[in-house]
Design a protein around this ligand. Sequence first.
Ligand code: ADP
Ligand code: ADP
Length: 237
Amino acid sequence: MIEFTGVSKVYPNGTKALNDVNLKIEEGEFVAIIGLSGAGKSTLLRLINQLIPATSGKISFDGINVTTAGGKELRNVRRQIGMIFQGFNIVKRASVLTNVLSGRVAYHPTWKTILGLFPEEDKQIAYRALQRVDILEKVHSRASDLSGGQQQRVAIARALAQEPRLMLADEPVASLDPITTIQVMDYLKKINAEDGITTIANLHHVDLALEYASRVVGVKEGHIVYDVQIKDIEKQT
Ligand code: ADP
Ligand code: ADP
């Protein structure tokens, strides 16, 4: 589904964030990216949906070279990729429903979505997404009235409303307490296992990676330093 070939990223200020990365990810995998702060995990994730451009190398998504794709082709790739962040990135002043509906913007002309004109079908999709993370009862709440864990579930619902094939999670639990962390990770796992959404999550903690992922990729100073399938570890123990 995803292939990095000789990918490097140098930021405009000269920081070398990734150096000659090669990585292949198959449909259905749950990949945890592990590494210290500053290792390049977030950069790696953001290159997949081209939130940032690569400096060199090739990244393909379903055979489409995203580093050269533009316009409609890139929009079509991005629509298939949901993303969640450490800081949730939801609009705090808006309702939960409005936040989740924003996952539908790519399906409609911009002017309609700016005016908040979403068809009834989209609302049904939003309700189903909220139901998936057990937070439908908050649909009319203001996002700012929810706890951190609930806000992250709304962010997951927004990503689900996109009907994505890939979920990118950039430190999804880094600002949550241990109990809420497990809840959010459980939802990510359920969505991967039951809905078949390929998942790539940047995680600080190796133990979480071992618990939830099917594969763990270690990143250090812009390089991949290990890449293991969990089932291969289990065979040896
Ligand atoms: P991680 O997600 O593993 O913490 P990042 O990918 O965020 O690592 O960062 C990798 C390196 O690139 C770090 O040295 C970081 O400071 C740097 N970096 C990240 N974003 C930018 C940016 N927009 N401009 C310059 N340097 C950046
Ligand atoms: P997160 O923890 O959510 O990944 P970060 O604190 O790493 O967020 O980065 C926040 C923003 O600042 C990102 O857009 C990132 O690209 C940018 N950034 C990170 N490190 C640097 C840096 N050294 N110089 C400039 N921008 C950076």
